[in-house]
Design a protein around this ligand. Structure first.
Ligand SMILES: Nc1ncnc2c1ncn2[C@@H]1O[C@H](COP(=O)(O)OP(=O)(O)OP(=O)(O)O)[C@@H](O)[C@H]1O
Length: 669
């Protein structure tokens, strides 16, 4: 800085110009390169660098912050210019995974020498003073380009006030294991293939309850930046968490619960290849085995001597239920008089020890529908449900006796996109379409519960019919959202986490309704959120994503402003409450600027979404053909599924802005 000052250069623009001049001179009079140096003239990453003026992601990040963390206007979160993304360590027992202790940091990614930045070699040839300046400029560019916009889905407390000032505290504190719904996240290590492609881990875990997604994005002016999304859950398991540990924090409390006469479900949800089966149904370390060990230990105790364990195992494949323990016999789900879901015809076997259970599982698992997709060579193509039932020992071999306790493990088939499937046959496509359809229905039910709708469309699919027990009534549920850590899956990861966030909201609803309802209400609607509760998800980007000199009106010239307006206007308008009118003039400039930048952010996100929508629409319209109805239908379901995700994203952006409006109004008060 001081050096620049002595040259009479005071603004950043001037500094950039000086630097460009130096670079230009350098190009005219190149410094001879050593023969060992690569020629990067056709290196695409360098080309991008030259065009955008950015450093490649492989380059080392700057070593200082340009600005101090911005004072947080509302105490929620702040925009930081982060020099480094936190590192995590990878450990894995799977053969597909990298050996332990390989850094997954973005700044020092797991790369062989072939992945080093081309700049490193070139820069070493430059005179010291130029290198110094180059470094300085790189730092500035990096700060400009890699601004991390924190998009924190912070919680509001029951009074609608931000609770995220406790975020750090929350991220360190373990959660209560005995909640009605627990929502946890498990992140798998980078796979061998991903490491070979020099993919980076973009989902750092912070503490025990927080996960970030550092989503790479591109501004309208083509500069790249990273948008950081932050999610808090009951537990977040990093790559080095073992199934044993995850069991203690997820299924183990459910085992205790069913011995008290309850129904419980533990299910894994996530993108294909993200580790659902590894978590739930691994033949050696799957949660079901660990639960069985505890169940049989408990059954040994005199107080539970009157109970015995039974097992049932079935799958939902292509919208049909099949008994995995009875030659894939077709089954039917019905509701009994008490609105309990009963799987008619399901074969149940009495088991006396863990080895019985393992044998039965192995038998059933062999006939489970699996296949190979572009994303996972051994992909589950069905939703598998294993039930362990506790029945009175006195009932002998009578199967019709109602269980006293029931624990279900559900390994959902992976959500996937057409692109994940690669070149696959029609059968795989149809399977994928059916999987997506049932997961869409599940999402719809979660959304309906979330919005306190009178009708929850559980009947929309077999999956939701079967899962109904897990969301209403006297039951406990643990959802494990599994995510892949790599950059190319960032969109999937965000979808999974948003989805899990919705389930988490149901849990919050449970708290609000149970505190106000009658005892009966509490039993029957424990999971339905109170309509008076403020939305508890809020993003709090605190800085403009567009540079200050960018004209706001340029945004309005972009493709989809009208749609955005319509979308925003579609929801009930927020009118400032009367009591705020007298303090109208008390907003300070920084607060207003901050809000405006939030608004820009929202417009940009919804714009991006609308562009994606248009792309999906075009693709589906172009693919319309009467020759192959199956193919057309599968593509249509893909399109619906993609559209649903995009609309979610759009709604999240709009909701976020609406939250900000409320918050700003409250703040002023
Ligand atoms: N935490 C983990 N540690 C080590 N390996 C893992 C982990 N999670 C998943 N894997 C490995 O990743 C691969 C894919 O995992 P898995 O089959 O469990 O994914 P999935 O989510 O069930 O996929 P699909 O929905 O396609 O069935 C497997 O080879 C598995 O062993």
């Amino acid at each position: 800085m001081q050096d620049y000052g002595s040259l009479g250069i005071t603004s950043i623009t001037d500094r950039k110009r000086l630097f460009q001049t130096l670079r230009y001179q350098q190009e005219l009079n190149p410094i001879p390169s050593s023969p060992s140096n690569r020629d990067f003239s056709d290196d695409s990453s360098l080309a991008i660098n030259a065009v955008s003026g950015m450093r490649t992601p492989q380059q080392p990040p700057s070593s200082r912050m340009r600005f101090p963390l911005k004072a947080n206007m509302i105490g929620l979160s702040s925009v930081s210019y982060v020099k480094k993304i936190p590192t995590t360590t990878s450990t894995s027992s799977s053969k597909d995974y990298a050996p332990p202790s390989i850094s997954t940091s973005m700044s020092s990614p797991r790369m062989g020498s072939s992945c080093r930045s081309p700049f490193t070699a070139k820069k070493n040839q430059l005179p010291v003073f130029i290198r110094k300046q180059q470094q300085q400029e790189e730092e500035e560019e990096e700060e400009d380009d890699r601004e991390i916009v924190k998009n924190s889905n912070a919680l509001l407390n029951p009074y609608g006030l931000p609770a995220s000032s406790n975020n750090r505290h929350l991220s360190q504190k373990k959660s209560d294991l005995n909640q009605k719904i627990r929502v946890c996240v498990r992140k798998r290590p980078l796979a061998k293939k991903e490491l070979e492609k020099c993919e980076k881990d973009i989902t750092p875990v912070q503490g025990v309850r927080t996960v970030h997604v550092n989503e790479p994005k591109v501004k309208v002016d083509l500069t790249k930046y990273i948008e950081q999304h932050t999610f808090n859950f009951d537990d977040v398991f990093d790559v080095d968490s073992t199934n044993d540990y995850i069991y203690q924090r997820t299924a183990q409390p459910l085992v205790k619960y069913i011995f008290g006469g309850g129904k419980a479900t533990c299910f894994a949800y996530g993108q294909t290849g993200s580790g659902k089966t590894y978590t739930m149904m691994d033949p050696q370390h799957g949660l079901y085995i660990l639960a069985a060990q505890d169940i049989f230990n408990m059954l040994q105790q005199p107080e539970y001597g009157h109970l015995c364990a039974w097992i049932g195992f079935y799958e939902i494949y292509q919208g049909q239920l099949y008994d995995l323990l009875a030659d894939r016999k077709k089954l039917f789900a019905r509701e009994d008089g008490k609105h309990n879901v009963v799987i008619v015809g399901l074969k149940e076997y009495r088991i006396k020890n863990v080895s019985d259970l393992m044998q039965v599982f192995e038998y059933g698992n062999q006939v489970r529908s699996t296949g190979s997709t572009g994303a996972n060579s051994d992909s589950s193509r069905s939703h598998a449900i294993m039930q362990v039932l506790l029945k009175p020992a006195s009932a002998g071999k009578k199967k019709s006796v109602e269980p006293i306790g029931k624990l279900s493990f559900i390994d959902l088939a992976g959500s996937e996109r057409g692109a994940d499937r690669g070149e696959t046959d029609l059968k795989t496509r149809m399977e994928g379409a059916e999987i997506n359809k049932s997961l869409l229905a599940l999402k719809e039910c979660i959304r309906a519960l979330d919005q306190d709708k009178k009708h929850t469309p559980f009947r929309q699919s077999k999956l939701t019919q079967v899962l109904k027990d897990s969301f209403v009534g006297n039951s406990r549920t643990c959802m494990i959202a599994t995510v892949s850590p790599n950059q190319s899956n960032s969109e999937h990861t965000l979808n999974t986490l948003r989805y899990a966030d919705r389930v988490k909201e149901l849990k919050n609803g449970e708290l609000s309704s149970s505190s106000s309802g009658t005892e009966q209400d509490q039993e029957e609607h424990l999971l339905i959120p109170s309509s008076s509760t403020m939305p508890n998800m809020m993003s709090v980007d605190q800085d403009a994503l567009l540079s200050d000199d960018q004209d706001f009106s340029s945004l309005l010239d972009t493709d989809f402003p009208h749609e955005i307006m319509t979308a925003s206007n579609a929801s009930p308008p927020i009118t400032p409450p009367q009591q705020f009118t007298h303090i109208k003039n008390q907003f300070n400039l920084s607060m207003i600027e901050d809000f405006i930048s939030q608004h820009r952010n929202e417009i940009r996100t919804t714009n991006e979404c609308s562009k994606k929508e248009t792309r999906f629409l075009t693709n589906v319209s172009l693919g319309l053909t009467t020759d192959n109805r199956l193919k057309m239908s599968s593509e249509f379901i893909d399109y619906l599924s993609n559209l649903d995700d995009i609309l979610d994203q759009k709604m999240a952006a709009i909701e976020h802005l609406k939250d900000r409006i409320r918050l700003v109004l409250n703040q002023a008060e």
